[in-house]
Write a protein that binds this ligand. Sequence first.
Ligand code: HEM
Length: 498
Amino acid sequence: MFSFIQIVTALVLAGIAYWWISWKRNERRLKWIPKVPGHPIFGNVLDFGKTTDTLTILSKYTKSHDGLCMVDLVFRKLVLITDLKLVEFFLTSTKILDKSSEYRFLERWLGDGILIAKAARWRKSRKIITPAFHFGILAQFVSTYESNAEIMVKLLEKEVGKGSVDIYNYVTMCTLDIIYETSMGVKINAQTNKQSEYAFAVKEMCRITVDRSFSALKQSNTLYALTGDYYKESKYVKFLHANTDSVIRARRKALQGSEGQQIDEDLGEKKKLAFLDLLLQSKVDGEPLPDWYIKEEVNTMLFEGHDTTGAAISFALYSLAENPEVQAQAMEEQRTIFGKNRNRPITFDDIHVMKYLELVIKETLRLYPSVPFYGRKSDVDIKYKDGQILPKGTSFLMYIYGIHRDPKIFPDPEKFDPMRFETMHKTSPFIHLPFSAGPRNCIGQKFAVHEMKAVISKVLRNYELLPAFPSHKPLLAAESVLKSANGIKIQVKPRKWD
Ligand code: HEM
């Protein structure tokens, strides 16, 4: 008879052999993709250190390998893509719907929420959530963008006369207030609370996630559990979950006290159903959604819906400050729309006629895409062209930041030139991808653009934006959402409006 130890040893060895055979098989099938030269044992993992180095390294890799290369992270290979045909192939595929393995690092926080959900759950969630972004619903959010932007503009008064202000925190607190109020129906006043624990926890979670993605040791749950980040993550996840639980409880209570399709907001207005209400009232096969399901979707929406727009608006304000001729043109449009009364509330119609501002937003998201890369994987082998195989389980990373700064696609790529998008419709829709494309594109795209227009318009009507003194250049850091490690600094001066 075999002893217990012999059986366990045999199983472990069989597991290793199976892993090794699959690894080698995958390696053979990925031969058509050039490898980034690296260390014989550590592969390319030693190239990655700080999140401020990530974009420089990935850009170097894709530039020197014609937009397609394989990065060796010791126990894991990552295929990095800026090749437009392959990017289009992935994004339009109705078969490759799963996100790559790196997204699992968000799992403790977001569970199986729509952003990281596998295909079956994603289909169900997308169907439930899509109506929350209907035009009619979005129209009623304009006053929330306006009132929160108004608070930010007031808070910025104390920065007038200073050589520089880091606007990132101001803006992110504003977008956090907006996402809470619009989708959860509660005010958290992050802007007026000096320290938002919520925002800090989100920021740390973003950093921890990307740091894990490019680390060899932290791939393993066991080894990761020995690191300081694991304990930090546990603390932040606990806090973020408790926060969402209490919002859901409060909202359910408010909803139970209301009648029919419309509910009384604690904000004192009658409003149609928003995101959380929609989930609370949704039924699948006649059953209401369980609380854990709602919590996962709520956490996802709060994360995706504020950090992305916070970064994008901050980079837009920075770009306007650094490019006075662009700011002048944007101002001309604002004056035409608001005439003599710059303080009248913005309307949904105003948002739709801000055509030049829309170009500014597109150009901002080209140079500073809030999500600089996103990944896919398939659980079956996929045939690409000429018999080339995209093996199951491999992580394919669409490196959007690299595409957006490719001089062959965008001449003079470092130049902030919104007018380049005037002629963009004549070229491929797969070259400007800040919101991704295809079935798993950003569900909040319209919400984001409306919010950006409303907030930027409010700031522009109140302040002239100037470059920071001493001069400042953001040090870009890829932390799930694109950030700047040294802040996003400008000068603000009260705007004359005759
Ligand atoms: C400038 C702002 C924004 C940018 C650049 C952006 C970008 C993106 C990108 C690139 C994706 C696809 C990510 C991937 O494939 O892994 C995505 C997905 C998503 N975004 Fe956004 N986003 C923004 C704002 C928002 C807002 C305001 C919301 C919600 C209110 C939102 C909700 C979502 C959700 C739920 C998904 C997952 C969709 C799915 O998988 O079906 N986003 N976003």
